[in-house]
Write a protein that binds this ligand. Sequence first.
Ligand code: GAF
Length: 363
Amino acid sequence: MNGTAKGTWHAPGRVNLIGEHTDYNEGFVLPFALPQGITAEGERRDDGLLELHSGGQREVVELDGLAPGRVRGWAAYPAGVAGALAEAGYLVGGATLRFTSDLPTGAGLSSSAALECATALALTGLYGVKADRRELVKITQRAENAYAGVPSGILDQSASLLCERDHALLLDCRTGLSAQVPLDLGEHRVLVVDTGVRHSLDDGRYADRRAECEKAAGLLGVPALRDVEDLAASLSRLVDPVLRRRVQHVVTENHRVQATVGLLKAGAAPEVGAMLTASHLSLRDLYQVSWPQADVAVEAAVTGGARGGRMIGGGFGGSVIVLVHRDRIARVRQAVDEAYAARSWRPPSYLEAVASPGAARLS
Ligand code: GAF
């Protein structure tokens, strides 16, 4: 075995600059990795057990007979990675894994994917298993879908495993092909506003959106909504106004991803703000996954001088990002704080999002 008896691995959370609810429609996304994430300190053991520690909790899972549905709660994510690795033919054995995190949970910054990706690197590293990063994306997504029961797409695991410092990742979610797009924002910054509202992707609303998209694609006779070319003609063929709204969001959001890449390549980063706000309005009015604290944060930030902003992630809770000139950050934060205070909402928390490297071994 070429593995290592022990080691430490880190997998980051992410911000998705643009391309929301496009991944499972086989479209495009443009995330970048955060410096914050989940660290796994791992040690090999030879008794076939996975001993998992996080935030004072300890779970022990037997690897033999591990199958979807056997492990519940937070441990289903790392255990699911061990299970999905075995299903894919990667033989890893027992380990003790101690997780620490500096990523807020439930903030829409992809802490679950970071947990899965840190586990995947730790287990493959400990057992000297060579697995391509794209293969690990599929394995960690399988862990989340089948073992944790969350029907997510490929966005979050791809971001954690494939992103590079100072770049956003343009990912074609159909082919899995990706390109690194330099994220040179000049004097501008991406500010994360954690609205404090918590959400869960398995409450049924995310799955509903997926089902609506699949239904619309079926009615339109295309493999996925990514394939819709003539939007006006397609909308006129759908009777259900809800399906029309979903299609309009997905098709236009894919175009906004491409437009954003074009603006970044043209050195016109401030103009990306308008794309972010257009994305937010589409997610609010057409895809209907926004929530009041996100809408107020975007509106107050833009009124306060940001170039634009939008909710990120699955929706119904979590964070908003705003693109803002660095000299205006304090003013924008004040505007959002005041808007929250006027509604007697708890103040949000803030984080400056810096495009950071993807998952890696630390020691
Ligand atoms: C969540 C999911 F996990 C992603 O796969 C993606 O669908 C996103 O919501 C919406 O763009 O983060």
